[in-house]
Design a protein around this ligand. Structure first.
Ligand SMILES: CC(C)(COP(=O)(O)OP(=O)(O)OC[C@H]1O[C@@H](n2cnc3c(N)ncnc32)[C@H](O)[C@@H]1OP(=O)(O)O)[C@@H](O)C(=O)NCCC(=O)NCCS
Length: 311
């Protein structure tokens, strides 16, 4: 087990391990692949813009996406056009960006590198710009992880702003990188440690103490602050709040426990969870806990594979 923060070498390691990413201005000739990437990149959490190719080519030709107020970027990955970014509000203090990356190159660190380059360019080129902002659907974990990795902070939750096909509404989370964050280099800090945000873990083995049948835990993380919700076969409404230092989360927990015969009571306690990366790329957590009644245990939880399968 390592006592070091996660190095995430595949994304923040030496240049030879990373895809080569650069941004250039969108031009009229890009309209064809932009409309194709727009359709391919669409997800229920980030729908397509659905441009008509000729209309988009005309807009690009007229300079609609290369003005003092708005800018369109092509994302070039290893020499091929693989995505685009639209930035609006550049004439104000707050600019907002939206990005799409082709499914072919997702999960290789392109998204975080795009945000870093956007911040470098726009904060240098626009002295009035104070905040670079973006939004992610409340279930869009890949985009939330990209914001975290590029030093953006979650600072707002906009309720009921996205309408889904079934008529239900969902929330979006608002993120920002400020000029002072950028000046402090937060967007390129990299290797900041483990990010448990949006990941789910399930019980793999219990080394000591009572069984934890069916236990699964889902994390949210913002900087060092970690919270989680958990349930098991006889455990309900579990809540964890903790602080991550290096590879160690020190936490408090509360949950409702059902005993044989159906009686329930509340359990309160504390624990120390050590995080490490396995050879197969998944994270695992070695958890030592104790409750107020003197019960204690040690167990291993492992990241559910599905966490990295979609995006
Ligand atoms: C969101 C998007 C831009 C991310 O681009 P990307 O190049 O894949 O980003 P990165 O590789 O830098 O990071 C993606 C992260 O999400 C993680 N991830 C992917 N799918 C996941 C899932 N289902 N659950 C949890 N994490 C997931 C990846 O593992 C990676 O995190 P990690 O390296 O810290 O483990 C891209 O997926 C996309 O274009 N999606 C569709 C459009 C969209 O959602 N746009 C955002 C709205 S503005």
């Amino acid at each position: 087990m390592s006592d070091q923060p996660d190095q995430r070498d595949h994304l923040d390691g030496p240049p030879g391990d990373r895809p080569e990413v650069h941004l250039r201005m969108l031009v009229a000739d890009d309209a064809s692949w932009v409309t194709a990437v727009d359709r391919a990149a669409a997800t229920p959490l980030a729908p397509a813009f659905d441009w008509e190719e000729g209309k988009l080519a005309a807009e690009l030709d007229e300079g609609t996406w290369a003005s003092d107020e708005r800018w369109g970027w092509a994302t070039i990955v290893d020499g091929e056009p693989r995505g685009f970014v639209l930035v609006t509000g550049l004439a104000d203090h707050d600019a907002e960006m939206t990005l799409r990356i082709s499914p072919k190159v997702r999960g290789r660190g392109v998204g975080r590198e795009v945000l870093r380059q956007l911040a470098d360019h726009h904060f240098s080129a626009h002295p009035e710009l104070m905040r670079l902002t973006g939004r992610a659907h409340e279930h869009n974990v890949p985009m939330q992880r990209v914001f975290n990795a590029a030093g953006f902070r979650m600072e707002a939750r906009y309720r009921d702003v996205v309408e889904h096909a079934d008529g239900r509404f969902a929330a979006e989370w608002g993120y920002a990188l400020t000029r002072s964050d950028w000046e402090a280099g937060r967007h390129r800090a990299g290797n900041q440690g483990y990010d448990l945000h949006g990941l789910t873990f399930q019980i793999e083995e219990v080394n000591e103490g009572p069984p934890s049948y069916g236990l699964h835990v889902r994390f949210l993380q913002e900087g060092r602050r970690v919270i989680a919700r958990y349930d098991g076969d006889r455990i309900f409404d579990g809540e964890v709040a903790g602080i991550l230092t290096g590879d160690l989360v020190r936490y408090r927990f509360v949950h409702t426990e059902e005993h044989r015969g159906g009686a329930t009571d509340e359990s309160l306690g504390r624990g120390r969870a050590r995080v490490q990366r396995r050879e197969d790329g998944r994270l695992e957590i070695v958890d030592q806990w104790s409750d107020e009644r003197g019960a204690h245990g040690r167990r291993v939880l492992v990241q559910r594979f599905t966490d990295t399968a979609t995006g």
